[in-house]
Write a protein that binds this ligand. Sequence first.
Ligand SMILES: C[S@@+](CC[C@H](N)C(=O)[O-])C[C@H]1O[C@@H](n2cnc3c(N)ncnc32)[C@H](O)[C@@H]1O
Length: 365
Amino acid sequence: MGLGSRVDRFMQNEQLTTQALGTLLRSLGYLTQNWIDSDDPLACLIPSGEQACSEQRGLDDLFLHGDEIRVDNAREALQSTELLDDLAAAGLVMIRAGLVQATITIVPVMGYLIATEHPLNTRVGVVLPHDYLSSYSTMLARYVRLRSPRGVAIDVGSGTGIQSMVLGESATRVLACDIDLSCCDRTRTTAWLNNRDVEVIQSDLLDTCPEGVSVVVSNPPWRIMPATIPYPARGSRVGVGWDGLDLVRRLVSSLPGRLSEQAECHLIFEAPSNSGPPSILEELLGLVGPHGFGIEAEIVRRTPIESVIRRSLQVVREYTGDEELADHDASLRACYRQLQTDALSLILLTLTRSPSVAGRIDLRK
Ligand SMILES: C[S@@+](CC[C@H](N)C(=O)[O-])C[C@H]1O[C@@H](n2cnc3c(N)ncnc32)[C@H](O)[C@@H]1O
């Protein structure tokens, strides 16, 4: 058998095993726990100790909290001897010295099993998935679900694949792209767990994606963070440029050449703003307004810079275990000072060629 077909067979085995795991997790009620409707998808990563049955507790320990469990407990929880071996062969669990550990975390969100990177168990016991599935991910996914986009849709910076799942509810074809190959793998795993067709490609924004797409959805990294500060999954979590928004600018400038006539693009990100609408909106309109696009935007909330800095330092503390963060605090403050603003606005943004907004900004309440 040639290398190509061996790789194909391996991929097929991995796909079938992952689908089997998805079916099993669903049948055991993993998706129906009460935390699935929480706005913060990571709330369920904090162990509650209140799980319903022993099978579920075993599966939660394995796939949610990243704990090692004994082989016999894993077999019992999975209700199968073969599945555990298949999962090990597919690289989804590791078996060592009679103990089993999962290599991915599976978070139940909005009715889907979402694969994230294996969590980091940090010194203070907080779990941070690398792909940065956050409350912004679910906010965007709920918004996309409400708009029920049709046609060919593309999830840009797909990471965990949550946007691809929601796009698949209404779109005829879903493409997902991410610059990071491990994120492409994660999107593929999520698609398999939920038995969904998603074509995953590695791409720098839309660079290698097809033309004629009707919907683009993205929650790109926007956070600014000096390179000197240790920060988890920098590529997924840190934006580019003086205000972190260069990826947004680049994605938006590429839209006119890629999107079909009736197309829409939905984004979520934070941007500097004093009183009044964030200046990035005028700037983005300047890029695509001449091509017939308009902007519908909702300012979801404004967060004072002081809280943004506090939260960022908390992540650094959780990640590094360092308690003394005075130097990082000073560099973060210098980084944010250049924005000359006291707050960041969280913006839910649609760029559309709809005649009702063409060439202007419609600020929704
Ligand atoms: C904030 S995460 C969002 C992940 C996912 N969409 C979600 O909602 O959970 C941003 C994602 O963008 C990806 N990314 C960063 N720069 C990119 C680029 N230039 N082109 C494509 N993807 C990129 C990261 O690898 C990461 O997966």
